[in-house]
Design a protein around this ligand. Sequence first.
Ligand code: C5P
Length: 217
Amino acid sequence: MEKNTRLILALDVLDSDEAIRISEAVTGHVDAIKVGYPLVLASGLQIIGKLAEYASIIADFKVADIPNTNRLICEQVFDAGADAVIVQGFTGHDSLEICVDLARERNKDIFVVTEMSHPGALDLMQDAGEKIARMAADQKASGVVAPATRPERVKEIRKIIGNELAIISPGVGAQGGSAADTIMAGTDWVIVGRKIYQSDDPAKAAKDIVSEIKDVL
Ligand code: C5P
């Protein structure tokens, strides 16, 4: 994934025509489009290949199973045309390792969730977040997912993983996080969903976030 605008669109719409229209509109303003269960369950896995015409595709399936099942899932998703898959880290080293090995063979990326961006992530996930970040670094995953809603956690996670791994951060806009604060905390890409795809003018919404990011670089 090339680091140009440092913005990733989280495309959680359900209709494939709408997904294509928004992707076309934001081309050039985003470095990648994150596609997850809402769009794929509503439109089918082939939507990944269609959207790959507009940007790199990160498949956010938060894969969290035993190693063999994780590999089967990642194979299907890479075969569908995704450039990267998001996997959960809490399942442990072997479940992660099989995904990272497969991605390496295929020249693709794995991003590992450390902790999530919503309030409930504080109940259980945050305690494990630093250990998961360390595991992702040891296994040389491409990067981790860390919350834009808690820039201080992005800073902590950056200290743990160093500069070899990327950080991608959801939670900007609808969940209250700020693109500028998250970039200043050390994230490489901010992930924005509703603020862009629910806007009357998604291209302008994306462009405004990119200017906010550029202003602090
Ligand atoms: O609409 P909004 O900008 O809040 O979208 C955030 C996106 O990032 C959603 O697709 C959500 O599932 C995802 N996500 C998140 N927190 C994480 C990992 C993924 O909000 N830790």
